[in-house]
Design a protein around this ligand. Sequence first.
Ligand SMILES: Cc1cc2nc3c(=O)[nH]c(=O)nc-3n(C[C@H](O)[C@H](O)[C@H](O)COP(=O)(O)OP(=O)(O)OC[C@H]3O[C@@H](n4cnc5c(N)ncnc54)[C@H](O)[C@@H]3O)c2cc1C
Length: 382
Amino acid sequence: MERDIYTDDHEQYRETVREFLAREVVPHHARWEADRWIDRAVFAEAAKHGVYGLQIPEAYGGAGEPDYRFRMVAAEEIAKAHALSFALTVSLQDDLVLHYLLDLTTEEQRRRWLPGFVTGELIGALAMTEPGTGSDLQGIATHARRDGEDWILNGQKTFISSGIMADLVVVAARTDPDAGSKGFSLFVVERDMPGFTRGRKLDKIGLPAQDTAELFFTDVRIPAGNLLGTEGRGLQHLMSHLPRERLGIAVKAIANCRAVFEETRRYCFERKAFGQSIGDFQHVRFELAEMATEIDVAQAYVDRSVLAFNAGTLSAVDAAKGKWYVSELQNRVMDRCVQLHGGYGYMAEYPVARAFVDTRIQTIYGGTTAIMKEIIGRDLAR
Ligand SMILES: Cc1cc2nc3c(=O)[nH]c(=O)nc-3n(C[C@H](O)[C@H](O)[C@H](O)COP(=O)(O)OP(=O)(O)OC[C@H]3O[C@@H](n4cnc5c(N)ncnc54)[C@H](O)[C@@H]3O)c2cc1C
């Protein structure tokens, strides 16, 4: 189905992103996957070319472009380049870390951190999950206590995307054990703070180039100036920022569905069996027809969500609907596309095979499918 969401400006931006990816990412992505590490320098280049961070205001050196459609264009082009590890680091900056740093910071904090994101020198991470708690954020055990003007942070986080690479980590910690959901705060922990150490770079089944790590905090002294947002409102800050993360996951998911589906469609009309292209078998055509339909229907929801986000009206419930539905669709599409490739679909050299494992996480991080349904169900029961 024709989409009418973009203007000429978005299409011009698409060309810039496409050229950037062809030059700076595609030739290197396989090596990054083998090395289990993305060259840091590419993020500086990406930031300079506006592949991420466009929303940083001009006062801090950025482009001041809040239109999420640009972010969607970048996600589509990165998906077509099958650079999924790179995609996650970029969306981690745009959809999570920068979103917090733009919304919750004081002027002094903005001047300190935002210019580093404009040049791509600073990479950020967001640390909520702990070994003992993921879905249930109220179970966070990492804690900070006041010491004069400073805070002393202790605890442990796990599964943190870009945890090894990050220069700044937004950490959720309990600051008042007696205040229930009002007893959490967010802190920015910086690379060289004594007592902040990185644990293992975790060995995942997919997204090999994207580092995912354990982080440890032992008596880390956090200056008062590194408290993010309001003391005691950490959980509320997380809740209010999760819709953008979830929109980002749905956007990546639908972009990846389209890219892998298109490769699969082409493959089906090239591959021959029993004297004809496999795409000429009714079963295969029906598989393609069902996927094309589901992708178009889901795309319409995502496009509408993006416009709602731009207008400031995307609700947490609507973002949760998009997150679970489109990421589950993505799992189904990847599985069917592997099947249609036959044995080649199981070969790591084929993008479809890599996408199959790289995207499996999409229904888990950013809130699992079950948690999304809880959010929607609670709203329905109100
Ligand atoms: C590659 C990767 C990157 C990640 N990046 C980050 C990151 O950058 N920052 C960060 O903070 N975290 C990150 N995470 C963590 C991720 O967000 C959590 O793994 C996820 O939220 C699930 O938490 P959990 O692993 O503790 O699972 P659990 O919460 O233990 O859930 C286990 C199962 O129980 C189900 N379940 C739990 N509660 C309910 C309920 N109320 N009703 C029904 N079912 C329920 C879940 O749906 C799931 O199926 C990442 C994880 C991975 C694997």
